[in-house]
Design a protein around this ligand. Structure first.
Ligand code: SER
Length: 601
């Protein structure tokens, strides 16, 4: 069965008078201005969040849609059998109407009776329960009543069988349908199932989420006022099982693109599977994203599309396809989808131009970057301390300034027998991301309001507070922004959850103890890399020159209470700080970032 027929059957099945769903338009890939919580639409439920929370939908309580989605968190998996960065999701919804019984029955009927899939190849997972919600025995019972044997129904935890779109909003346990793509696995236990899942021998094809809970700031805060159903079935995966394939690239959605690539490269797909798949997947996503007006850039949506195109170009180079444009591939992709997304045809020239220009730009970048890489490599050869390692600073520079994908730097390094310290690189990237995040949100101006005595005292106290937060919460805590006036310090830091009062008290006590101990604040001039590698705390490293000032708070016996990269000013001795340090407020700032306010009283 062709993917077009699967789409049509799904809509017909749910709009049928026996099931009475109304067809709604899928949302654009780029969410509206009012929903800034995600860069891309990642699920059909996203545009429905207000209605899942209780608002009345103009089309009623039963809806069905085909939703284009982009999810790039699995970008490194692309090349395997079942992952894609763009996909279409078939979904049906109950907004406080039917619940588990009908949702599961209809999923079953659509898969088995409508599509004719083999019941003996279906496996089911249900939620095993936790402190927030009980074990979902009801779903398992319904599956059993439909004839799925008990030994093919497995209870799994929150990681597998709980679905929420983010830290806030409707969420709930889910039950997932998997299909045996080998044909005769005949699995008998959860352990066998998990192994088969890892090997992609069983593949999730549909998910029914029972959205009756609400999350706020990452925590379940209770039940919603209504019980909803949110289902999602990936079209690519349904096409795969319906067409008797074990991977999505062999389906009708991709076969034209793969064939065109074989023609233009003169290479066989079988021998170059991974590169073919990366190109096909990434260019397809780039087509859909650029069709919505996004241009490659270094931020937000533009950064994602740039990354996709650049990764595809590298994969193309591996096939020796350096000079061939991407236009013919884009043409094939548009012809597969234009029936459902007619706007693609009218934009095909713009899409092609955008993607091809980015390719050209990247080629220049690559040439420059490879020269830079060679220069660094040649300089480091012969120096015993560095000749086996490419410093994390160079890797960072190649990735952020020259736009090299990390994998490419790694490959170039491997070819020359150079090691890369991935952890050191990741630390730099993490700091860089915090800076970008802070920049993107413009949540604070940053820094000190002035250099008055009060502000300076609070500035030193803020360093101590960060040291205290890191001591009691962990090393993942870094500054994400600060704003200090004579009255108070407002400080953002990276941490995923609320900090309880007990911990805040400990942090306060830490700061006040150092104030009482009258410690000297000393400035040490250090090489930036040495500072970074020796664990000096700092954010926004890239704003600093190669030689940096590290402010250390040291007691007379040599204990270091804080050591942080900074431009000052600070008090000379913590004894100069007047008053008692008090944290007055703790709250969420943005995803993964907390904000505190503190004063000297
Ligand atoms: N929201 C769920 C998912 O994306 C079901 O639609 O899997």
């Amino acid at each position: 069965m062709q993917s077009d027929d699967i789409r049509a059957k799904f809509i017909a099945f749910f709009t049928d008078p026996r099931r009475k769903h109304e067809l709604i338009q899928g949302a654009p890939l780029i969410p509206s201005e009012t929903d800034k919580s995600v860069l891309f639409t990642t699920a059909g439920m996203q545009q429905l969040a207000p209605y899942l929370l209780g608002e009345e939908h103009p089309k009623g309580k039963r809806l069905v849609s085909v939703q284009k989605c982009v999810r790039t968190q699995d970008i490194d998996e692309i090349g395997d059998n079942i992952h894609v960065t763009f996909f279409e999701m078939l979904g049906n919804w109950s907004l406080g109407d039917y619940f588990k019984e009908d949702a599961i029955k209809w999923s079953y009927e659509f898969l088995i009776d409508e599509l004719g899939l083999d019941k003996a190849r279906i496996y089911i997972t249900c939620f095993e329960g936790n402190d927030d919600a009980p074990k979902d025995k009801k779903s398992a019972e319904i599956w059993e009543s439909l004839g799925i044997p008990k030994e093919r129904i497995y209870f799994l935890g929150e990681k597998d069988n709980w679905w929420s779109p983010g830290d806030n909003g409707p969420c709930g346990p889910d039950t997932e349908m998997f299909y045996d793509v080998v044909g005769n696995l005949n699995l008998k236990s959860k352990e066998e199932f998990k192994k088969a899942d890892e090997k992609q021998q069983v593949v999730e094809i549909w998910n029914d989420v029972f959205m009756e809970y609400e999350k706020k700031d990452g925590r379940i805060v209770g039940k919603l006022k209504q019980q909803n159903v949110d289902t999602g079935a990936g079209l690519e995966r349904l096409a795969m099982v319906m067409q008797g394939k074990d991977n999505i690239f062999d389906t009708d959605l991709f076969s034209g693109v793969i064939k065109k690539l074989e023609e233009t490269s003169g290479k066989s797909y079988t021998d170059n599977q991974k590169s073919f798949r990366i190109i096909a997947d990434h260019i397809r996503s780039a087509v859909f994203i650029t069709a919505e007006g996004v241009l490659p850039s270094n931020t937000e949506h533009g950064y994602i599309v740039r990354r996709l195109i650049r990764r595809a170009v590298i994969a193309k180079d591996r096939l020796g396809l350096e000079d061939s444009g991407l236009h013919s591939l884009i043409e094939v992709i548009v012809s597969v989808y234009e029936k459902h997304y007619p706007y693609l045809r009218s934009k095909v020239m713009t899409i092609s131009r955008t993607i091809e220009e980015e390719e050209k730009k990247f080629r220049k970048t690559l040439d420059r970057g490879i020269k830079q890489f060679e220069r660094t490599y040649n300089m480091s050869v012969g120096r015993s301390t560095v000749d086996s390692e490419l410093s994390s600073e160079v890797v960072f520079d190649l990735v952020t300034t020259y736009g090299f994908p990390f994998e490419l730097v790694k490959e170039l390094a491997d070819e020359r027998g150079l090691r890369i310290d991935e952890d050191a690189f990741n630390r730099r990237m993490e700091l860089h991301r915090e800076t970008s995040r802070a920049g993107a949100e413009q949540k604070f101006k940053g820094g000190l309001a002035d250099a008055s005595e009060e502000t300076t005292m609070l500035h030193t106290a803020t360093h101590l507070m960060l040291a205290g937060l890191r001591k009691y919460l962990g090393e993942h805590v870094h500054q994400a922004g600060s704003n200090i006036t004579a009255e108070r310090t407002r400080f953002d830091f990276t941490h995923g959850e609320k900090v309880d009062r007990g911990t805040l008290d400990k942090v306060e006590a830490y700061v006040n103890e150092v104030i009482r101990n009258k410690c000297n604040v000393v400035i040490e001039e250090m090489d930036k890399n040495t500072a970074m590698e020796s664990g000096v705390e700092g954010s926004f490293w890239e704003r600093y020159p190669d030689t940096v000032n590290v402010y250390m708070v040291k007691s007379s016996d040599g204990t270091v209470y804080s050591s942080e990269l900074c431009g000052g000013p600070h008090v000379k001795n913590t004894g100069d700080i007047k008053g008692t340090f008090k944290i007055t407020k703790e709250e969420a700032s943005s995803a993964g970032v907390r904000r505190v306010k503190a004063v000297l009283k």
